[in-house]
Design a binder for this molecule. Structure first.
Ligand SMILES: Cc1cc2nc3c(=O)[nH]c(=O)nc-3n(C[C@H](O)[C@H](O)[C@H](O)COP(=O)(O)O)c2cc1C
Length: 255
């Protein structure tokens, strides 16, 4: 039997230890992957419900999400499309980077600093006896350090905000990260998106919003740049290269 202090035995033990550890780590990673994907989806759906003002902590997200209908919109026509459906496993983030599934934005158009805009967007509807009650739209755009991803929910007039929230961003906690502050988010509720001339008036101002303003949201103190990013992404997604045509069609019942 080789001496315990021999070089070959030391190397063998080290190698075996490496192999065992790597097998344990990779098995854990592979086995936990489905749970991670499921949790991400759950969090995504939770944020959709929260934007729509429907989230009840006492009920399961899946149970509450049953009242939401998922549909797909062709942003170039402003109408629903069946080119994509629940079985397509449509990945909107991937689509936004794929030249075959997205449209390049010119510098002037690219308010949200996203370079390309996907042609098809997944949207979420809450339908009641009298038609659509809430439409929840995915929004995204660049802040100071990161792309912010979130949802904006509008009421049946396609103009009144029901809620807004981001589910992913990398802004600084306490500064740009205050976009997650419930007090700040609550200001969005009941604000109107469009001005009388059809332009997007909803947005984040620098400093305090004028009292009684129908469209302005307070700026975030010490985070003017994140606030400007949010303002820009709202202007983009509700404008002509975003959901404006779709919302107009939906209002007329022609989407
Ligand atoms: C470490 C660090 C992190 C910062 N994070 C943010 C941020 O997330 N969002 C933001 O708009 N400004 C952030 N700022 C501040 C900006 O650099 C800039 O000063 C600020 O947006 C200007 O806003 P104000 O006019 O409200 O002061 C950060 C600054 C520092 C030093």
């Amino acid at each position: 039997m080789a001496n315990n202090d021999s070089t070959s035995k030391t190397i063998t033990v080290a190698l075996l230890l490496c192999i065992v550890c790597s097998v344990v780590v990779s098995t854990a990673a592979v086995m936990l992957k489905p749970a991670q994907v499921a949790n991400k989806k759950l969090d995504f759906n939770r944020n959709i419900l929260a934007a729509a003002g429907l989230l009840e902590e006492s009920k399961s997200v899946d149970e509450q999400f049953a009242q939401i209908a998922t549909k797909w919109v062709d942003l170039n026509t402003g109408k629903f499309t069946d080119a994509v459906n629940a079985d397509s496993k449509y990945d909107q983030r991937k689509a936004s980077k794929d030249p075959a599934q997205s449209t390049e934005l010119s510098g002037k158009e690219d308010l949200a600093k996203i370079s390309r805009r996907e042609n098809i967007s997944e949207v979420y509807l809450v339908e009641g006896a009298n038609g659509i009650e809430t439409v929840i739209l995915p929004i995204k755009g660049y802040g100071l350090w990161s792309t912010l991803y979130g949802f904006l929910a509008l009421g049946s007039d396609m103009n009144t905000v029901v809620g807004m929230g981001f589910y992913e961003h990398g802004e600084t906690p306490g500064l740009g990260g205050e976009v997650d502050n419930p007090n700040w988010k609550s200001q969005w509720v009941d604000k109107k998106v469009y001005a009388a001339d059809g332009s997007v008036a909803l947005g984040v101002v620098k400093g305090k919003a004028a009292t009684g303003s129908e469209h302005d949201i307070d700026g975030l103190s010490g985070a003017t740049l994140t606030g400007r990013g949010v303002d820009n992404l709202i202007k983009f997604w509700l404008g002509e290269n975003g959901y404006a045509d779709f919302l107009a069609n939906l209002k007329k019942g022609e989407a």
